[in-house]
Design a protein around this ligand. Structure first.
Ligand SMILES: Nc1ncnc2c1ncn2[C@@H]1O[C@H](COP(=O)(O)OP(=O)(O)OP(=O)(O)O)[C@@H](O)[C@H]1O
Ligand SMILES: [Mg+2]
Length: 304
């Protein structure tokens, strides 16, 4: 009988396939639209897609888990899209950590990560953009001219390369979700847009890659955003229907926080995002943007 080395004698289970924990297969990494399209052509079956700008947090990972649950394959893209940043915004200092992102996606079990370079997406001579006309006008569209034109353009390009059946978007970016839903309907895109709930830190702050910019003092103050919205939601639940009263309730809570510089508080039609006046008699989106120093944070609740 062959000698079994002493240190393996009690570890024969290591040789038994069935008792080994499943080894995660690292995701395939694709860096060009052509490589992405070829991978999709070779992998049939339902595909869920999660577009991100990376620096992943639990908000992103919730979308990823949902996609993995609902589809045979899941692809996540990481692309900090230059065309959705204004000239004076934080494109060049946007947080990036590709190594950590890939480790998280690998552990979650995604099939492929799409990591295109800026020149693969926008080569010399690029000149085609998608514009959704109305639902892009207010709120983030008004505050960030050209932002949604960049978002819709990149999302359609990503869809074209990835070929998903479903795409997962967070409700934190409430206007973005409505803009994408409009584009998908208007252009017969044939992708099911799946909205996902806002994932929050234990103290209520909506998770965001940009939270990393906050100083310790700003981080302590930032949950006021959610508290102000929850106060107004409690008023709504108690029967308050006056649009100004609901907006004012949010604004007055935020007034108490000197570190929060409020950019807007909006109560809008939940679908068209037209600002509401007087008595509110339909589902509404209560949303806000406040700056803590240079860091612009957004949050919202739906009043339905
Ligand atoms: N806290 C969250 N809960 C649910 N979904 C989220 C959350 N944060 C981001 N998402 C969603 O993840 C997707 C990718 O977003 P993105 O990569 O821009 O991350 P982000 O955290 O929003 O970063 P930033 O705040 O800097 O824009 C979007 O659909 C977005 O709505
Ligand atoms: Mg974002």
């Amino acid at each position: 009988m062959a000698q079994v080395p002493a240190d393996l004698r009690d570890a024969r289970f290591l040789l038994d396939e069935d008792t080994r924990p499943p080894q995660p297969v690292p995701p395939v990494i694709l860096t060009t639209p052509t490589a992405m399209r070829r991978w999709r052509a070779a992998n049939s079956g339902t595909l869920g897609f999660v577009p991100t700008m990376g620096y992943l947090h639990e908000g992103h990972m919730e979308l990823v888990r949902r996609s993995i649950e609902e589809n045979l394959h899941t692809v996540v893209s990481i692309f900090v899209n230059p065309t959705q940043f204004g000239p004076h915004e934080d494109f060049s200092r946007y947080p990036r950590d590709e190594v950590r992102d890939l480790a998280q996606l690998s552990a979650a079990g995604v099939d492929a990560v799409y990591l295109p370079g800026a020149t693969d997406m926008y080569p010399e001579g690029y000149q085609t953009y998608v514009e959704v006309e109305q639902v892009t006008q207010a709120l983030e569209g008004a505050a960030r001219p050209g932002h949604f034109r960049g978002v819709t353009t990149v999302v359609l390009k990503l869809f074209n390369a990835v070929g998903p059946d479903r795409a997962y978007f967070g409700r934190k970016d409430a206007q973005q979700l409505r803009v994408i839903q409009r584009m998908v309907r208007d252009l017969d895109v044939g992708v099911e847009v799946v909205p996902c709930e806002i994932v929050r830190e234990a103290d209520g702050l909506a998770m965001s890659s940009r939270n990393v910019y906050l100083t310790p003092e700003q981080r302590v103050a930032a949950p006021i955003l959610e508290r102000s919205l929850e106060d107004a939601r409690a008023m709504w639940e108690a029967g308050e229907r006056d649009a100004d009263a609901l907006r004012d309730a949010v604004a007055s809570v935020l007034d108490g926080e000197l570190l929060a510089d409020v950019e807007y508080v909006s109560l809008a039609d939940n679908v068209t995002l037209d600002e509401l006046r007087g008595e509110v008699n339909r589902p509404a989106l209560l949303s806000l943007v406040a700056k803590f120093g240079k860091t612009r944070l957004l949050d919202n609740v739906e009043l339905v």
